[in-house]
Design a protein around this ligand. Structure first.
Ligand code: SF4
Length: 921
């Protein structure tokens, strides 16, 4: 690319219709050399939000002395003069310029963000400063237009260098994918020497991928370690102390490790609540590995979140390896859909079509990723939004895997991961694979004798999903689209127009199109009716509700449902006809490469499953199941989707029969499992009541932190109840949050139980915080969780408003966080379908659903929220609860008794504020 400009804008906000440009910088490149630069501040005629002033360092005074946009417009248009514009996240700049000018003064625009994601697919930070670190170029991370423009010039040169070094066959495929993705980068890369070379190799003929290198894995199930006790590793002056520079003995860790060791040896079921700071991961990894090596049996460890798996992989296992002087022992295994299928991917990129351009941009990224990945695991790609559906077209699935007859089997990622798991004493997996494997015909996990479940408070959620049925209409549509391509392609493979197979394939392709239309009609009507019924704006947020046969929603959509079933059955008979005809025509030249009876059988099986599951959810719900619908998405980054579920109501006997009985020793652990120092609620719900007492153990390992010294808990008693008039309630909560936070200059995390309440309080408190020089960060308003937490950790005067996902897994040690405000006790919403169904059963005579189910869940959640504050021995701070029910209701003491703190203050807001100020001082 010889001639172009690089441009960056700073603005007063994110909305091009509402917000203003406050700074512009441009650099002009002609014949590969920088020839001109332009930069100016722009007077927006408004006061800047505090967050923008802090982010850019630009003040209102500086802007007041700057020209207005109308004064500099001719300069801007003149500078751009019809050559391509390059920028990082250029769509943002383009939309502001388009809104301002009404037309675009440059010929085309190219986004370095788009190309960086493709050429460096494994990066985890695509911001300019993140890229500067990863690619080693200079960038002042101060959000000023000229600094960002210079960084974008450097980034562009790094991108062209990387693309220029690609093998010519890879580069040519990349260009084809970019072209199919309508990316202007295809034309730029076509100019590179490797793209012009005569070499016509194909990806299929060559081994470009990292997986083609034969990685040996160690067969290590028979290794024996000397019989050394836990103290030798974790005790004072033990092996762990030699590995950690700031080592402190953690008696809780030693205690927990010994409990795990004994429980596995004695084949017990054991619940262990390990308070924050115990070091619980090492406390179960070590004895589990020692047990597996000693007994030559396998153990499985299951976690709920990817974050914990990553922590185990990158921190805990390397630490254990150096302690034990070993370099083996653990294998990671995830569900099939996490691994790429080389056969499916290469099939797609060998048959590029012109529809779904965004999918091809994603496949371009996958192509480059395959050059380096050794695991083929999608978590390395940081997939977001619709990319998840594109991934479904290239991931491994049981239906399309041809196993031994696949030409890629020796390089296949899932096969290798399974082999590695077979050969490792301990396999680390996640709850979703643990449960999906229980009901799968072909198992992925090896058989195991010991099971450790970390983040066990999420076990039931995973069981609900995987032991029941789930139909995602978005997934169904994406599967049909790729299946449709299969039939379309197969039909063109038959030479003669009167060939019966050609005709049948075409008819099947048309049947798929009709089915897709029927699905669209059903989903559109269903979503429209449901959002209207529940008073939601279509597609905003999340709605969950029960599907009852006699409900208005089911009845009014029944005709569309029958229509959908008709077209599903029609497709099924069409495919059966193809299958029969395929059986008749045995001549190989008449049958295209991937039109094999096994593929057709797989498609038929999948259709049968959809038919069965749909009719089960809609009209034949079995006893002991609750059927429900979830409508979500519809925001800028996510398409609206509708998912149906049939969930078993009582999972206790299923867990017992399918999971716990398989293993001889089972450990459940988490930082939050007990309620009022007991585990009875879980023992009962998970069907473990009948275990003999000597086979069941419960242990609480206290946190090493001194909560009574490090933390001050207070309860504000004089705010109105949530069910009083909404305006009165939100006004009172707004005032309370602002007064409590202002005194600390921010440094506060506010936990909400619903996003609608978060939004209501956000809009009221925002101007107050702006005036006070405190930066308010609202989840899904100012950004996603990762970005907001990063910003919160960096700044001093921040307040973070978060709902559901912020109650746990958030680790903010140090000074940025000094206060956690819990707005409301976190009871599940009364309309939660699974909760409703469980409560109906539990509220029968002799049971008390509130005390047995609703209260324990809320207490666990409350403990998680409380646990956000103190994350290290140095942390200190305040927890304020704005829900007076904790002291006024009888059940409130269960919340208080379950916390690791003995004292608290309660009273009116004024008194609480006064006491808090004293404590802080
Ligand atoms: S063996 Fe199965 S999963 Fe692996 S590449 Fe081949 S078809 Fe895909």
């Amino acid at each position: 690319m010889k001639n172009y400009i690089v441009c960056d804008l700073e603005t007063s906000g994110l909305d091009p219709q509402k917000d203003k440009i406050i700074e512009i910088a441009m650099i002009k490149v002609k014949d590969y050399s920088i020839v001109e630069a332009y930069q100016t501040l722009i007077n927006p005629g408004i006061k800047l939000p505090f967050r923008i002033t802090r982010l850019t360092g630009i003040s209102d005074t500086e802007l007041a002395a700057s020209p207005t946009i109308n004064e500099i417009l001719p300069d801007i248009i003149n500078f751009m003069e019809g050559i391509p514009m390059v920028g990082h996240n250029v769509e943002f700049d383009r939309s502001f310029l388009a809104s301002l000018l009404g037309h675009l003064p440059f010929s085309t625009y190219l986004d370095t963000y788009e190309l960086t994601k493709i050429l460096f697919p494994h990066f985890n930070d695509y911001s300019l400063s993140g890229l500067a670190n990863q690619l080693n170029f200079n960038h002042r991370p101060c959000h000023r237009a000229m600094d960002d423009t210079i960084a974008a010039v450097e980034l562009l040169s790094a991108l062209l260098e990387r693309a220029g070094k690609l093998d010519s066959a890879v580069l040519k495929h990349l260009i084809m994918l970019l072209r199919a993705g309508n990316s202007p980068w295809s034309e730029i890369l076509e100019e590179l020497p490797a793209a012009i070379s005569e070499n016509d190799r194909t990806l299929l003929e060559n081994s470009f991928f990292a997986i083609s290198i034969n990685h040996e894995f160690k067969k290590n199930r028979n290794v024996r370690l000397p019989d050394i006790n836990i103290e030798y590793y974790l005790g004072q002056e033990g092996q762990l102390s030699k590995q950690l520079p700031n080592y402190r003995l953690r008696p809780g860790q030693v205690k927990m490790a010994k409990v795990v060791e004994t429980a596995l040896e004695e084949k017990k079921v054991c619940f262990i609540e390990a308070g924050t700071g115990t070091g619980k991961t090492i406390a179960y990894l070590l004895p589990t590995l020692l047990w597996a090596l000693k007994t030559k049996q396998q153990a499985v460890i299951s976690t709920n979140t990817i974050n914990l798996q990553e922590q185990i992989k990158h921190q805990d296992i390397p630490l254990l390896h150096s302690m034990l002087n070993l370099d083996f022992g653990f294998a990671f295994l995830k569900g099939r859909q996490n691994y790429i299928c080389l056969k499916r991917f290469l099939n797609i990129i060998s048959n590029i079509s012109t529809n779904a351009p965004n999918a091809y941009l994603f496949f371009a990224r996958v192509l480059i990723w395959l050059l380096d990945t050794k695991n083929g695991d999608k978590s390395e790609l940081n997939i977001t939004g619709p990319e998840n559906y594109y991934w479904l077209r290239i991931c491994t699935d049981a239906e399309s895997c041809t196993g031994n007859s696949c030409m890629w089997q020796s390089n296949c990622f899932i096969s290798r991961a399974r082999q590695q798991a077979e050969n490792s004493p301990v396999v680390i997996t996640n709850h979703s694979l643990l449960f999906s494997d229980l009901v799968a015909d072909v198992k992925i996990l090896p058989s195991y004798c010991a099971l450790v479940i970390d983040e066990a408070h999420h076990l039931e959620e995973a069981a609900n999903i995987y032991l029941g049925k789930k139909i995602s209409f978005m997934e169904l549509k994406h599967w049909l689209l790729s299946t449709g391509k299969y039939f379309q392609k197969a039909s063109t493979a038959f030479a003669s127009a009167d060939n019966q197979l050609k005709k049948l394939h075409l008819e099947t392709y048309n049947a798929i199109k009709e089915l897709l239309a029927a699905i669209n009609t059903f989903v559109q009507h269903f979503i429209g009716k449901s959002t209207e019924y529940f008073g939601h704006r279509a597609g905003i947020g999340l709605i969950k509700f029960r599907l009852k046969q006699d409900s208005e929603i089911v009845q009014t959509n029944h005709a569309d449902y029958l229509n959908l079933i008709f077209y599903l059955k029609n497709l099924k008979s069409q495919i059966k006809a193809v299958s029969t005809e395929c059986g008749c025509q045995t001549s190989s030249e008449q049958r295209p490469e991937d039109c094999k009876p096994t593929d057709l059988r797989n498609i038929l099986n999948k259709l049968d499953n959809y038919l069965e599951d749909l009719s089960l959810v809609w009209e034949n719900a079995p006893d002991n199941h609750v059927c429900w619908a979830e409508i979500s998405g519809g925001t800028i980054n996510s398409e609206i989707n509708c998912v149906f579920y049939a969930t078993p109501i009582d999972i206790g006997h299923l867990l017992n029969e399918k999971l716990f009985n398989k293993a001889k020793g089972v450990i459940f652990t988490s930082a939050t499992l007990s309620v009022n120092h007991k585990f009875d609620h879980l023992i009962k719900q998970w069907g473990l009541e009948s275990l003999p007492p000597n086979q069941l153990e419960t242990v609480i390992v206290n946190s090493p932190f001194n909560f009574d010294k490090q933390c001050f808990l207070s309860i504000v008693e004089n705010l109105p109840q949530y069910n009083t008039e909404e305006k009165q309630y939100t006004e009172a909560v707004t005032q309370a949050i602002f007064s409590l936070t202002e005194r600390l200059g921010g440094r506060t995390l506010v936990l909400f139980t619903s996003h609608s309440m978060l939004k209501a309080i956000y809009s009221r408190t925002k101007p107050l915080f702006d005036d006070a020089g405190i930066c308010l960060l609202g989840h899904k308003i100012d950004g996603g969780r990762t970005r907001l937490v990063r910003e919160f950790k960096k700044g001093k005067n921040n307040v973070l408003f978060g709902a559901s996902s912020f109650w746990e897994g958030l680790d903010i040690p140090g000074n940025s966080l000094a206060q956690v405000i819990i707005v409301k006790l976190p009871f599940s919403p009364p309309n939660d379908p699974i909760m409703q169904a469980k409560m109906e059963i539990m509220n029968q005579p002799g049971f008390n659903g509130f005390y047995e189910l609703s209260l324990p869940r809320a207490v666990i959640r409350f403990k998680q929220g409380f646990g956000r504050l103190i994350r290290s021995e140095e942390d200190q701070g305040l927890v304020v609860v704005l829900d007076g029910r904790i002291t006024s209701k009888k059940y409130g003491k269960v919340f208080l008794n379950s916390l690791p703190i003995k004292s608290y203050l309660s009273g009116d807001l004024d008194i609480v504020i006064k006491q808090l100020s004293l404590w802080v001082n």
